[in-house]
Ligand binder design. Structure first.
Ligand code: PLP
Ligand code: COI
Length: 351
């Protein structure tokens, strides 16, 4: 069933002021946004309206207790102007998984999908066609209901806004393997895309940046002996010809790029393993030349090769390979996402 959507169009588009050949990541915003309020126990009529500030009560619970979750997805346009999304229902389902953990109401999948598709139809001119660019989509839900009582709010808002975007990282990434701080703990909210997970990363990441790294690779909170994921992406390690990634858990985000890459790699005949990766084995492999590649995988990051890592005051460089798995897999996944090749998996959803 198609939900009714109220549409309030902008008077004058700002698209002419945007340089689509030099797009930053996530800081230029399209003309419209979608807003759906939850109040009196029900989701209200979705509204598409000009991208504009949101006014909230100072005692709204989002400010005090951080009831806030988000998603990250992308829309693409092919050479003929056909528009598509990549596995969008996975994002909607993960949003609802995060919502359950943060006691935020579930958004019905058809309401989410209909609203998103309509928003993209209205702002279709904002979907970039340049190589390496796409329309980054940011759905988020948060507590608008107020009061200082530390309990779930009685009102929420789902907003989707979009940003034509280029690459998340400017170049190769240098990471620091974390030994002290933890991103998530057993029984916590690590698997959810809760805003607080990201806020909690900022301080250790700032310390890493001061030492010359771009990102932290989180290790398990208990022993700090096993690699988990990075701040905005899942991590793959290539030891000789085997591609390894950690299993997801309630501490690690179940990345859509991660599982797509695993599938593509297996189908391309690359040996993959999903298992715990000890920091010791990565350091050892780096020392004896068996560590061939490391890369991050995520919607924003796509596939971001890692140039080297730091651990216990030592730096380890990764080799420059002729045709690394990272490049092969990035080409395969982006070709599927942008309709350049067949999609044997049914991952593309045309608008
Ligand atoms: N891990 C974290 C912490 C993330 O924020 C993201 C980004 O969404 C990912 C992994 C990758 O997930 P996905 O591929 O679904 O974007
Ligand atoms: C994404 O990849 O979509 C994310 O949500 C990561 C974000 C921190 C930029």
């Amino acid at each position: 069933m198609k939900s009714h959507i109220e549409i309030q169009l902008i008077e004058k588009s700002k698209i002419d002021s945007v340089d689509f050949n030099n797009l930053p990541f996530g800081s230029v915003f399209s003309d419209h946004m979608l807003e759906i309020d939850f109040k009196d126990g029900a989701w209200q009529t979705p509204i598409i309206k000009p991208y504009s500030p949101i006014t909230l009560d100072p005692s709204a619970k989002i400010f005090h207790y951080g009831q806030s979750i988000f998603e990250g997805m992308k829309a693409y346009k092919d050479a003929e102007g056909k528009m598509m999304l990549f596995r969008p229902l996975e994002n909607c389902r993960r949003l609802n998984k995060s919502a359950e953990r943060l006691v935020i109401p579930q958004i019905p999948e058809d309401v989410f999908m209909d609203g998103l598709k309509k928003l993209l139809e209205v702002d279709s001119d904002w979907i970039p066609t340049n190589e390496g660019s796409s329309l980054y989509i940011r759905p988020f839900m948060f507590a608008t209901g107020n009061g200082f009582h530390a309990s779930p709010a009685n009102a929420y808002k789902l907003v989707i806004c979009t940003a034509p975007s280029g690459a998340y990282f400017a170049g190769k990434v240098k990471v620091l393997i974390e030994e002290k701080y933890a991103r998530a703990a057993n029984g916590g909210v690590g698997f959810a895309k809760a805003g607080g997970n990201y806020a909690a990363q900022f301080y250790p990441t700032q310390l890493a940046i001061e030492k010359g790294y771009n990102q932290v690779i989180w290790t398990d909170d208990n022993s700090h002996q096993f690699i988990e994921e990075a701040g905005a992406m899942n991590i793959f390690v290539r030891i000789n010809d085997t591609l390894i990634t950690s299993p997801t858990s309630d501490r690690i985000l179940d990345g859509i790029t991660r599982k797509s890459i695993l599938q593509i790699a297996e189908d391309a005949g690359i040996k993959t393993e999903v298992r715990k990766i000890s920091v010791g084995e990565v350091v050892e492999a780096a020392k004896n030349g068996n560590l061939k590649e490391m890369f991050g995988a995520g919607t924003a990051a796509v596939i971001s090769p890692i140039a080297g890592f730091g651990y216990q005051e030592n730096d380890y460089d990764l080799p420059e390979l002729e045709n690394p798995f990272a490049s092969q897999l990035k080409k395969k996944i982006t070709d599927i996402q942008t309709n350049k090749v067949e999609d044997p998996y049914g991952w593309r959803v045309f608008l």
